[in-house]
Design a protein around this ligand. Structure first.
Ligand code: AVJ
Length: 305
């Protein structure tokens, strides 16, 4: 487990420009910081998606149907799973997340709230493929991927992931997925560069996590948060920018960064709805039904084969 991470991270760090995958944001502290982000006034996605699910609760519940096996990818604090469980009363829940301890606590909370629910925590990196335990029913599965997390992947990789989700379900299965839509650039940029500096701290925290994972010596205080919308690619980009010339070492390697040089830490794609439903179709989800808020900022899409 350590070795693939080591080479994944050091490979990215020695690229020009350097990069770190956003999955490394989510150590225990990073997961807590992300939770704090979801409560920021500027960060509209979580609250818009939650409101959407509440406003269209009956319609969503009617479309999904009861008694499903719910599989949530990137389940995090399971807050959205809790909302969805109230709506669709699944028989079984599997939460998958890279942050093992954080997930285990959250799934336990879900068991406390829904004593009849068979709730499981599956720690792992969903981007490497999800292997579900044998006793998870194959029929009636609903994959739940909220929060526009799919936006973290480049379109070809996102398409591949949607293909994996299609393979997780039978022909009677479905996918409920949240998509952040293109909107006013000022609104987008504020959501990723909040006044309180929580997102900046979330971004910088990746360096602490990387220091622990590969034994590097990043001085977190030397790196500045940058977030901006890239209109050509229709994505928010987050970077860490060196505030002075600096050298970073890790066992077996290292690299110099000049002042102003950046490490690319995240992309967050914003798809127009028709572009996304086309991608769903190419991944094997031919039918899609979408719910959007009145501002047209976010969409929850139910897709089936
Ligand atoms: C968890 C990937 C949906 O892209 O909005 C929030 C992560 N990054 N603020 C997003 C994030 C900076 C978030 N996702």
């Amino acid at each position: 487990m350590l070795l693939p991470r080591y080479s994944d991270i050091t490979h990215g760090l020695t690229q020009r420009p350097a990069r770190i995958s956003p999955k490394y944001f989510y150590d225990q502290h990073g997961s807590q910081l992300f939770e704090a982000i979801t409560r920021l006034p500027e960060y509209y996605p979580t609250r818009t998606e939650m409101a959407l699910m509440q406003t269209h609760a009956d319609s969503i519940a009617g479309t999904v149907g009861p008694g499903r096996t719910l599989i949530e990818l990137g389940a995090g604090n399971c807050q959205k799973a809790r909302t969805l469980c109230r709506l669709v009363q699944p028989a079984c829940f599997v939460g998958v997340d890279i942050s093992a301890d954080f997930l285990e606590q959250a799934v336990q909370g879900l068991r406390d709230d829904f004593p009849a629910l068979d709730a499981r925590a599956l720690a792992g990196d969903m981007t490497l493929g999800v292997a579900l335990p044998d006793d998870i029913p194959r029929t009636g599965r609903l994959v739940f991927y909220p929060g526009s997390s799919i936006g973290n992947f480049d379109p070809p990789h996102a398409l591949e992931l949607l293909g994996h989700m299609r393979e997780l379900v039978d022909d009677d299965g479905g996918l409920l997925i949240g998509i952040d839509l293109p909107k006013d650039v000022a609104v987008l940029e504020a959501a990723y560069d909040d006044a309180a500096g929580v997102t900046a701290e979330f971004n910088r925290n990746v360096l602490r996590h990387v220091n622990r994972l590969i034994g590097s010596d990043f001085d977190v205080g030397q790196w500045q948060h940058r977030a901006f919308f890239n209109p050509e690619a229709s994505r928010i980009e987050m970077h860490l920018e060196a505030t002075s010339d600096t050298e970073v070492c890790w066992p077996g390697g290292g690299r110099r960064f000049e002042q102003g040089e950046r490490i690319h830490t995240e992309n967050s794609y914003k798809y127009p709805l028709p572009v996304f439903t086309d991608m769903l179709a190419r991944a094997g989800f031919a039918q899609a039904q979408a719910w959007t808020d009145e501002r047209g900022w976010f969409a929850v899409v139910h897709a089936r084969p």
